[in-house]
Design a protein around this ligand. Structure first.
Ligand code: GDP
Length: 173
């Protein structure tokens, strides 16, 4: 399942990953983000785009509804193999991200963090952001997490992401 704040780059990442530019529509409005979107790879494997967060203009009631869907999905989905958490590399570890990381630690759910839009930073600044994020995650007790740089615009990190998902989805049942 792919999670992240709105505009973190969820749709772009799924489109890049699947090579289908129309699959997860790039969000121009909050509408798409109200739903959990399931994408079947084959009969056994699915990617799930979880609702995004952070649209200031959305009423609180709607935000609460998203939160409910997300909570239910995360706590009840038996087949969930791992969480891909996307964070804009320029603003990592926002409160929403921390909530998800803490939940993952408590639930022993593996997390793979994509620091998205890595093309926006220099190589050095990107590496620094990656190290800082890893440092915070290592400090969280019980959290099983990895992180990488990613860019939908230039394909940076795509092979690493594929490898990681293969490891999750091809593992023995
Ligand atoms: P979502 O709301 O999380 O699904 O985010 P989107 O995929 O719709 O992306 C939000 C905005 O960020 C769009 O304007 C995208 O073009 C832009 N964006 C997404 N990924 C990248 C990236 O890798 N690099 C850059 N520079 N911009 C990106």
């Amino acid at each position: 399942a792919f999670a992240g704040r709105s505009k973190a780059g969820n749709s772009s990442a799924i489109n890049t990953l699947t090579g289908n530019s129309k699959l997860a529509r790039i969000s121009k409005t909050p509408v798409r983000t109200q739903l959990l979107n399931f994408f079947s790879i084959d009969e056994q494997r699915r990617l799930v785009d979880l609702p995004g967060y952070g649209f200031a203009k959305v009423p609180l009631a709607v935000k609460n509804e998203w939160q409910k869907h997300l909570d239910e999905y995360l706590s009840e989905r038996q087949s969930l193999r791992g969480l891909v958490l996307l964070m804009d590399i320029r603003h990592p570890l926002q409160p929403f991200d921390t909530v998800l990381l803490d939940w993952a630690a408590r639930s022993a759910m593996p997390v793979h963090v994509l620091l998205t839009k890595a093309d926006k930073l220099t190589y050095g600044a990107g590496k620094t952001a990656l190290l800082q994020t890893q440092k915070v995650m290592i400090a969280k007790k019980g959290l099983q997490a990895t992180a990488q740089l990613f860019s939908s615009h230039n394909g940076q990190g795509l092979d690493d992401l594929r490898q990681h998902l293969d490891n999750w989805l091809l593992a023995e049942e």
